[in-house]
Ligand binder design. Sequence first.
Ligand SMILES: [Zn+2]
Length: 379
Amino acid sequence: MAQSQPPTKIAALTALLLLAAACAPAPEGGDGSNSSTVAATTPSRVAVPDGPAGLAVVPQGGADISSVIDGPVSYRSHENLLLPIVSDSGDWLQVVTTCGSEEWVRRSDVEVVARSTAASPGAGFDLSSAVIVVDPGHGGRDKGAKGPSGSNEKDFNLSISILLRNRLAGSQDIDWKTGHVRPGDEYPAVASVWMTRGPEGPDDGDFELGLAYRAEVANGAGADALVAIHNNSSPTATRSTPGSEVFYAVSSPGSDRLASLIHEELIRGLSPFASSWEGEKISGPKARVDPGTGDDFYGLLRRSDSSSVIVEGLYISKAKEERLLGTSLVQMAYADAVYRGLIRYLTSDESGTPVIEPIPFSGTVGSPSTSSCVVPTQP
Ligand SMILES: [Zn+2]
């Protein structure tokens, strides 16, 4: 990994979005919440890819977006956004916007990060080569589920995702007996951890994203894992253990194992906070599939080529769990549980809680239509 260098325009921007973790100091204190301690460094992975793959990072000041190659400027994209690259032509890159449409940007106007081609996770995998995408569910006018006292799922999702990113971007010790995570040298930082929406972006990360965009960030990055962070609503049963659900992609190898390990760690990590929980009668690592095609029901999981899961930690729609979600202790426990699940997935062949067989599903869930989604422009 490159040594710390004086911040440049690009380096400063990239450090915000790409936590080139080997360079990032461990978070101060035990809660990992101090994201401002991330150093501005030049990431080692920056390279122009041979083919149409990778991420285009919009630098400070933004970048002009056109609907056709060499066409007039449609708008100036907001700085610090990630634009997954789907094809290229000469100096032009075709990218997916945050709303899911495909547009063009000049290669010279963005920072290009080549897609990772790291080895497969499992025993012997080099954790410091891992590329992880953390996707805080919802955002902007898509608020997600609502708590009885008025809190919005999108805000909790973002807070927990930032804590998770900080864990992954630092080097940690894990006490596997207690589950306690703290800065140390046992588990090195991953190579890069990308957030689909983060505090460095527009409106401190509170902006709308299309599902196609979220999946394409993982595809462009060549992520070893895509983890979407959500919280649930509409429970149907009361339980003695947390009703956490982790949905896995039937279409992407490794997703079921990743879901199993994260589920196991979530139950362990959240259990101490209450003795009765909301949920469904049968809880566990699950998959929902289209009854007709057998494909993944969730668009995010269907579109992602990476091992992918959607985590539904707590039931925000119930007052008690909404209150728990509002505490830093529970947010940290949620983030640390996902972190431990990821570490086990990446560095071992363990299988975790047995998965529930894919369930045919045709309900109406998820985010509202992004047909009127607006791409953030540079002020
Ligand atoms: Zn959600």
